[in-house]
Structures are given as structure tokens and as C-alpha cells.
Design a protein. Structure first.
Length: 282
């Protein structure tokens, strides 16, 4: 009967058959689950997920308006809500029984148990695959109701946050370990330096002792200036002249070399005199 109707008439008739847009149900995907490969060692990820499975809360769903999560959840070793897992890795469960019509699960107004399953599989030395699935197992045994992904996403947010905290903690520990290692090396270097300084102090003290002994053996003798000469600052001809010494002045010899004598004059000053200019005191 629509053979001779205009296109405009057909379009108007089709639009009148559509439900009002305000009553249209939003498009959602149920039962897709969640899967991700993490660049973290398997053992570390298992510990984090075990902690989340035991935290007592299922996120991403709720019973009553004004709430956001389900408290009163508990970890479980097994559940009849999912088929037995036969693959590799570790399987953990968290469930919340006696839940009434939880949000974000497909078409349910029943009472039942919300169950979250975490599957962890090692895929490399430092890589782990994590799968999360959530279902609502109604007490009426009419079958499991799949999640629209909110529970899985929110549970992973918690896991991801804990992994980030673990990374920060590990980085802090590594930094502290490096600082401690540097401090230990500095301490070792300081100990070596102190030991070398102690050796130098010992050698310096020994040198001073030997010098004193040598002075005692070679010097401490009274002589007189045979011919007028100069008292030098150092034992060589071009050294600075400290003063002129007249013939016959008495000096005390402190040290003798082949050509020079270190002497002390009457006022306590010390210097060097050319040996041939000295003679024994009368």
C-alpha cells in the first residue's frame, strides 16, 4: 500500500514508529571482561592482586543510590559462579553475597552474589597478563549476569594504583640504596685517607726524632768564627744573608754537612756558615 507514497510520507511514517529518544536504552557491552599485559614481574603482580582480593570492597557497582561500591566482600578460593579454571597461572576470587540488584550488571532485579575473578599468567621474565571478569550470580539460579565493564575497570584502577605505589617504593629503596652505597664508599675513602695521614704523621714524627738525634750527635759543640763571614738562610753561597758574623764570635753547631754547618748564635738565631770559616773554640 506504500507503492505510490512519496518518500517524505514514508520517512514520516517510519519516524512515528520509533520510541521516544528519552526512553531509548544506552548501548552497553556486557561480558567483555578486562585484559592487560603489565610490564611487571609475575610474583609482584600476584601479591598486589591478592591484596586487592582481600580488601573487602568490590568497586564499580552498588546496591543503593548514594553509594558507589559494595562493602562486605570477601576473598574466595573457589566459586561455582565461574567454570573451573584449567589454564596456567594463578586464579583469585572476591565475592559479595546477599547483594540486591547490583548496578552495572545485565538485566537483574534479583538477590545474589557478585563475584570478581582475577586470572594472572606469566608471559615473560618481567611481564604478566592480568584478566578480570565480574558477574552477578542470582540466587534464583537463572544464570549469571555479566558486567558492563565498570567493575573490571574500577578493580583494575585499584590494582594499578597499588602497582604505581610499589614502583615508587622500589624507586625510593633503590635511591636510598645508591645513597647508602655512596656513603659507604666515601666512608671507606675517608678511612683510607685517615690511615694514610696517620702513617704520614708517624713518619713525620720519626723523621723529626731522627733529625733531633742527628743534631745531638753532630752538633751542640761550641766553635768560633775563624774569619769574618756571613750567616746564611740556606746552605749555599747564593742564599740570603741573615747577618754578618765577626771574627772570634762563638756559635753552637747544630748540624754538619760536608761544606756547611747549621749554627745558633748568641741571640738564638739559627743559620748556615761555610765550614772553612769556623775553628774550634779555645
Amino acid at each position: 500500500m506504500f507503492r505510490h507514497a512519496s518518500r517524505a510520507t514514508l520517512l514520516l511514517a517510519f519516524l512515528t514508529l520509533l520510541p521516544h529518544s528519552g526512553y531509548a536504552r544506552k548501548h552497553e557491552h556486557f561480558g567483555d571482561g578486562f585484559s592487560i599485559d603489565l610490564d611487571h614481574p609475575y610474583d609482584e603482580v600476584v601479591k598486589v592482586v591478592q591484596e586487592v582480593a582481600n580488601n573487602g570492597t568490590i568497586r564499580g557497582t552498588f546496591e543503593y543510590k548514594g553509594t558507589h561500591d559494595l562493602d562486605g566482600a570477601r576473598a574466595a578460593k573457589a566459586t561455582h559462579a565461574f567454570p573451573p579454571w584449567t589454564g596456567a597461572g594463578t586464579v583469585l576470587y572476591k565475592e559479595r553475597p546477599n547483594t540486591l540488584a547490583p548496578e552495572n550488571f545485565y538485566a537483574t532485579n534479583d538477590s545474589g552474589t557478585v563475584v570478581v575473578r582475577y586470572v594472572l599468567q606469566p608471559i615473560g621474565a618481567n611481564s604478566t597478563r592480568l584478566k578480570i571478569d565480574a558477574i552477578f550470580d542470582a540466587d534464583t539460579h537463572h544464570g549469571a549476569h555479566a558486567s558492563n565493564g565498570q567493575v573490571e575497570n574500577k578493580e583494575f584502577e585499584v590494582i594499578s594504583g597499588k602497582i604505581e605505589d610499589l614502583e615508587q617504593q622500589q624507586k625510593k629503596q633503590q635511591q636510598e640504596a645508591r645513597v647508602e652505597e655512596q656513603q659507604n664508599k666515601l666512608q671507606e675513602l675517608q678511612q683510607d685517607l685517615d690511615a694514610e695521614n696517620a702513617k704520614l704523621d708517624t713518619l713525620s714524627a720519626r723523621e723529626k726524632q731522627l733529625h733531633t738525634q742527628l743534631e745531638e750527635r753532630q752538633g751542640a759543640a761550641k766553635v768560633q768564627v775563624r774569619t769574618a763571614t756571613d750567616l746564611k738562610a740556606e746552605p749555599y753561597n747564593q742564599a740570603k744573608v741573615m747577618r754578618a758574623l765577626p771574627q772570634g764570635e762563638l756559635v753552637t753547631v747544630l748540624l754538619r754537612t760536608a761544606s756547611w754547618c747549621r749554627v745558633q748564635v748568641a741571640d738564638g738565631a739559627q743559620g748556615w756558615i761555610y765550614r772553612p770559616t769556623l775553628e774550634s773554640a779555645p
